[in-house]
Ligand binder design. Structure first.
Ligand SMILES: C[S@@+](CC[C@H](N)C(=O)[O-])C[C@H]1O[C@@H](n2cnc3c(N)ncnc32)[C@H](O)[C@@H]1O
Length: 238
């Protein structure tokens, strides 16, 4: 299923919006997740089994997942993003600036500038929702994986059905979205957060999309009371 080609998800618009919120991006993450984003990235990094591996973190933003992958023993991490100011912020973080095991590359998730089978794992944190052609993005991630390599995707998801889901939905609309607007100081970013979920598949449907893109062993678990999903899959071994 492809997300509708809404104006909000046009690549140029997405890139400009993320470029504008760079200075407040980390603070927004901490506040909007109630500080849980660090734990979610730890779990995502662990699912990629990074020890001694070469990992691509696509849509790396300010580099927090790339950093966590290195902390968990990745030999090399390539942090890719199509928003240059994000990459500059990542590169300038003290802990990352001194780390020769991380390389920053301006890259579009839909057209990755890497040969087939270049990485043992590909990770993404809060990125898939932003892609205007999600199946193409998943196919690209699988293309650059070695056979047997791990694909890990962490993102906000549609809350599960039922009472808990309604509470999460209301919290997202009435609390998280206004906080995003306030902290970012950017009207577009305020509107973008809820619209980025429009047309984005449910966690179950994303698992199915991974299979349709050619992945094996696709599975997911919910975090954050069900508001976040951690998907993992493998490129089939030949
Ligand atoms: C919500 S931020 C997530 C940043 C980081 N992964 C994290 O965990 O905080 C989404 C990032 O994905 C990047 N992005 C969105 N679409 C992209 C694409 N097509 N190719 C590469 N990067 C993209 C944005 O520039 C932004 O830095």
């Amino acid at each position: 299923m492809t997300a509708p080609e809404t104006d909000a998800k046009q690549p140029q618009r997405v890139r400009e919006m993320f470029g504008r919120i760079v200075p407040r991006y980390d603070l927004m993450n901490r506040v909007m997740s109630g500080g849980f984003d660090r734990r979610w990235r730890r779990l995502a990094a662990a699912a990629a089994e990074p020890l001694n591996c070469r990992v691509l973190d696509i849509g790396t933003g300010t580099g927090d997942l790339a950093r966590e992958l290195r902390r968990q023993g990745a030999r090399q991490v390539v942090g890719g993003d199509f928003t240059r100011p994000m990459l500059l912020a990542a590169r300038n973080k003290p802990a990352l600036a001194r780390d020769g095991g991380v390389v920053w590359v301006q890259a579009d998730a839909l057209h990755l500038p890497f040969p087939d089978a270049s990485f043992d794992a590909v990770t993404s944190g809060f990125v898939l929702r932003n892609l205007h052609d999600l199946p193409a993005g998943l196919r690209e991630m699988l293309r650059v994986l070695t056979p047997g390599g791990r694909l890990v995707a962490l993102d906000i998801t549609h809350p599960p059905a039922g009472a808990m889901g309604s509470v999460l939905q209301t919290g997202f609309q009435r609390v998280v979205t206004p906080i995003a607007g306030l902290l970012s100081g950017d009207r577009d970013a305020y509107r973008y957060l809820p619209s980025s979920l429009e047309g984005f598949p449910t966690a179950e449907a994303l698992e199915q999309l991974l299979r349709e893109a050619g992945a094996a062993h696709a599975s997911h678990r919910r975090l954050g009371g069900g508001s976040v999903a951690l998907h993992s899959a493998r490129k089939p071994a030949v």
